[in-house]
Ligand binder design. Structure first.
Ligand SMILES: Cc1cc2nc3c(=O)[nH]c(=O)nc-3n(C[C@H](O)[C@H](O)[C@H](O)COP(=O)(O)OP(=O)(O)OC[C@H]3O[C@@H](n4cnc5c(N)ncnc54)[C@H](O)[C@@H]3O)c2cc1C
Length: 523
């Protein structure tokens, strides 16, 4: 049985911010993730807003960690080189009768300590945001509101944690956790002597390009401390070991993503007054210059169902359209997606040692503003681990990480220098987003590297544009196969079960390379 000091379940933004903080310490840390990559759960499908913090009820963990996370974000973005833009936000009020609700938000924000909040008249708001609807009578302006790339934030944390010694086991699904004292292997026969406390974690490991297994295996590991950052499944693990019960309802939010050509239609993030189920439908530029509208808020049974529906998407377009003069949705929606909020019945984050389970630390119920809060949650949880394991800080911790160069945003001189270093930066693979082979190879070779098409897409945006990978998929498959040293039939969209190529050519010969049309003219 593998023995590790700390096991983190879940490689979403919460787990990765905790991992990075723990990697400052002299500790063995293992991240166990059932998907094939980081950020495959809720952290990949949200609004990408670094909320300023006026929405959370004063005194809650949501309010505390939102404020702290929002304050940490600009420096972190520099240190770890992920995209962050402080574009400010507006909460729109369309009816004089609702002005009290806007005042309440202002009051709440002031109590939470949000800086610079002020209420603007409709005309003042329109002066800063010309596309704003003529129906807006007032708006709450939050200058500290910002947009980030949720994937690159998570990947940056993961890369930095890996460089500082954190280990990852992907394609590994935790199926059971028990107190080590109750496990026959640790408590009676002494095969794991010294493990009187802590937990035994049982997991299924799926064959994948990362682990080279040929068949599924079940493994058992022992950890002194377990961190439960399993998103919509965090209640399952809490309930396996604690003497209290928690309950998470997945709350689905659907979005439409619009083409970059309309990305400048608004500059601030435009919210409407919050509803009982959340912050309502927003219209926002993304940090990469697209326009985004959404999300819906619907409680669902299925913890994995992130489909989008015609009803959901037409609702976000109709509701979002109210915020602006003429939402440029027609012909400009390039894709849609949905994410699941981990809504716990109590309505707040649950962060801390679970009752009756010493050394089992929950980071559960991390719904919005969880993306914003994650860096602060990471620091706090690492402090809880210090209380238990009393580990020393590393003297050689590397705090900085350099992201992958982005040819599309580099000027001519920067491009010239990059191409001199590596001619693959001159070879365009994704035409819509201007992503080169050099960037794709960097994504595969990064510390927690991409092994799937989705992994490349989220790290360097190949396939994120108007054609949604229609043209560049075969080229990316060839590059992945070449760099990973595998047959192209082994390349998947997002790991287990998402095969792209099936069957073999004549005589069971492996595929060599996918034929790619267009070639040089686009490169
Ligand atoms: C529609 C929507 C909009 C949002 N907008 C914002 C926003 O604008 N700003 C903001 O601050 N927050 C926002 N949020 C909230 C934010 O996205 C979440 O709080 C955050 O992503 C949660 O991260 P996490 O790491 O806790 O969970 P996840 O990202 O879901 O990660 C949990 C991980 O655990 C893994 N896992 C689960 N079960 C197992 C198992 N058995 N074994 C191994 N691994 C397992 C999963 O595969 C997953 O990778 C939004 C959320 C939604 C749904």
């Amino acid at each position: 049985m593998q023995n590790t000091q700390v096991v983190i379940i879940g490689a979403g933004v919460t787990g990765m911010c905790i991992a990075r903080e723990l990697s400052r310490r002299e500790l063995d840390v293992l991240v166990v993730e059932r998907a094939s990559d980081v950020c495959e759960g809720t952290s990949k499908a949200n609004s990408g807003i670094a909320h300023s913090g006026y929405d959370a009820k004063p005194g809650t963990l949501k309010a505390k960690f939102n404020l702290e996370g929002s304050a940490l974000m600009p420096k972190l973005a520099e240190e770890l080189d992920f995209p962050y833009r402080n574009n400010g936000s507006l909460v729109l009020c369309f009816d004089e009768a609702d002005r009290d609700k806007l005042n309440d938000l202002l009051e709440r924000g002031n109590q939470n300590g949000v800086k610079g909040l002020k209420i603007l008249s409709g005309d003042e708001a329109r002066a800063t945001e010309p596309s704003l609807s003529g129906e807006v009578v007032a708006a709450l302006f939050a200058p500290t509101g910002a947009v980030v790339d949720p994937f690159l934030l998570t990947a940056a944390m993961a890369d930095n944690a890996a460089v500082n010694g954190v280990e990852f086991s992907f394609d590994t699904e935790v199926i059971n956790i028990s107190h080590a004292k109750d496990d026959p292997e640790t408590s009676e026969d002494g095969s794991n002597a010294g493990a009187a406390g802590g937990y035994v974690i049982e997991a299924k490991v799926r064959p994948s390009l990362r682990n080279g297994l040929s068949a599924e295996e079940t493994v058992k590991m022992h950890a002194d401390v377990v961190i439960n950052a399993a998103g919509v499944y965090a209640d399952v693990f809490h309930n396996m070991v604690s003497d209290t019960r928690i309950h998470i309802t997945p709350r689905k939010g659907e979005y439409c993503l619009l083409d970059k050509k309309v990305g400048g239609y608004v500059s601030a993030t435009l919210f409407q007054l919050p509803t009982a189920k959340g912050k309502g439908v927003l219209v926002t530029p993304t940090v990469h210059g697209n326009l985004m509208v959404g999300p819906t808020a619907m409680d669902v049974e299925d913890h994995d169902l992130t489909d989008t529906t015609a009803d959901g998407l037409s609702t976000v377009v109709a509701v979002g359209a109210k915020s602006v003069k003429a939402l440029p949705s027609k012909g400009n929606i390039i894709t849609s997606f949905a994410g699941l909020r981990a809504h716990e019945d109590g309505g707040d984050f649950i962060i801390g040692e679970a009752s009756g389970a010493p050394g089992f630390i929950d980071a559960a119920g991390i719904e919005s503003p969880g993306l914003t809060a994650a860096p602060a949650i990471g620091i706090y949880v690492a402090g809880l681990v210090d209380d238990i394991l009393k580990s020393a800080m590393k003297s050689d911790f590397k705090a900085e990480r350099k992201g992958i160069p982005q040819i599309s945003s580099a000027d001519i001189e920067e491009r010239r220098k990059l191409i001199e270093q590596n001619p693959l930066y001159a070879k365009v693979i994704c035409r819509c987003e201007l992503v080169t082979e050099g960037e794709i190879v960097d994504a595969i070779k990064s510390p927690v590297g991409a092994v799937t098409l989705d992994g490349i897409k989220r790290r360097v945006r190949a396939g994120m544009g108007r054609c949604q990978a229609g043209f560049c998929t075969p080229k990316q498959v060839n590059i992945l196969a070449r760099e990973l040293g595998v047959d192209i039939s082994e390349i998947t969209k997002k790991g287990g079960g998402s095969d792209l190529l099936m069957g073999y050519p004549k005589d069971g010969e492996p595929f060599k390379e996918l034929p790619v049309k267009g070639g040089a003219a686009h490169e």
